[in-house]
Design a protein around this ligand. Structure first.
Ligand SMILES: C[S@@+](CC[C@H](N)C(=O)[O-])C[C@H]1O[C@@H](n2cnc3c(N)ncnc32)[C@H](O)[C@@H]1O
Length: 273
């Protein structure tokens, strides 16, 4: 049996009782560590906090393990109980559907234990979850790679008066270009996009496109460490949020669409001024 268990957003205590029961009966426990990370970080300390709670070792599954070595997880699940833990909800990221499909094709039973996701936790700012359009991902720009396909999606959402959730790039265990050329993998230090960088990139794209999908005066909400004790939520224009210090990762951003008076009332609690 493969149990795919959501851990929620805050800390190790956000696992559900059902999730904890599943983990406790599993022979092997993997944790996905690249589409998200726990608010207390996936340092060795972070892992040992989980291990202490579960009373068993937790195997870190980075991008290579999940995408290239999924067979290891699946073959273990074919003849024993295996848990695959995901921060947030298992389906709050597109990547895990693939693991479910592969497991089912191999005849492995799959059970999913849901939890809170960033996709619904952003509701805390008062913008109705029903009023969101397509979610976009904002990748880190490099000198030679500045993809902007999110622009049309935001433009479309705004045209319909809908809010846009922007998920911000996480770069963990990225091989350096140099090491790829040499054939021996060495990794870049982890990077997590801040609200400030996201806005900088969004404004650069708007300047290049010039189609007024949004501007410096567009109202947004920035979120950091949602679900944690020290979460930070600030509403303001892109210009205002560009200089707000949101602190440690993870961050995400909502570009506000057309608002209802009740949504405005809730946003007032988070405004910069
Ligand atoms: C693939 S998504 C979410 C995955 C997770 N499984 C979930 O359901 O929440 C990862 C992105 O969501 C955002 N994110 C995740 N957790 C967050 C948090 N606690 N606070 C703010 N943003 C968060 C970040 O932009 C991050 O790059």
């Amino acid at each position: 049996m493969l149990y795919i268990v959501g851990l929620g957003l805050g800390n190790e205590k956000d696992i559900t009782l059902r999730g904890l029961e599943a983990v406790q009966k599993c022979d092997k426990v993997f944790i996905e560590a690249y589409t998200s990370l726990l608010s207390f970080g996936l340092s060795s300390d972070g892992l040992s906090t989980l291990e202490k709670l579960y009373g068993k070792p937790v195997i870190l599954a980075d991008r290579e393990t999940v995408e290239e070595k999924a067979d290891e997880i699946l073959s273990a699940a074919a003849d024993s109980d295996v848990a695959f833990l995901v921060v947030g909800d298992p389906f709050g990221a597109t990547t895990h559907t693939d693991l479910v499909v592969r497991a089912k094709k191999l005849g492995i039973d799959v059970k999913v234990v849901h939890n809170a996701s960033v996709m619904n936790a952003v509701g805390v700012c008062g913008l109705q979850l029903y009023h969101y359009g397509e979610t976009v991902s904002i990748p880190f720009f490099t000198d030679t790679w500045r993809p902007d396909s999110f622009y049309e999606k935001i433009q479309k959402n705004r045209g319909l008066g809908l809010h846009t959730l922007c998920l911000l790039d996480i770069r963990v265990k990225e091989p350096t270009l140099e090491s790829l050329c040499r054939g021996k993998k060495q990794y870049e230090p982890p990077r997590y996009m801040s609200v400030n960088t996201a806005i900088e990139q969004l404004l650069e794209v708007e300047q290049n496109r010039g189609e007024s999908a949004y501007s410096e005066d567009t109202m947004c909400v920035g979120f950091a460490r949602l679900g944690s004790e020290d979460q930070k939520i600030v509403a303001g224009t892109m210009r205002q949020l560009e200089s707000v210090d949101f602190g440690a990762p993870l961050h995400c951003l909502v570009i506000v669409g057309k608002t209802h008076p009740v949504e405005e009332e809730m946003l007032d609690f988070y405004r910069t001024v």
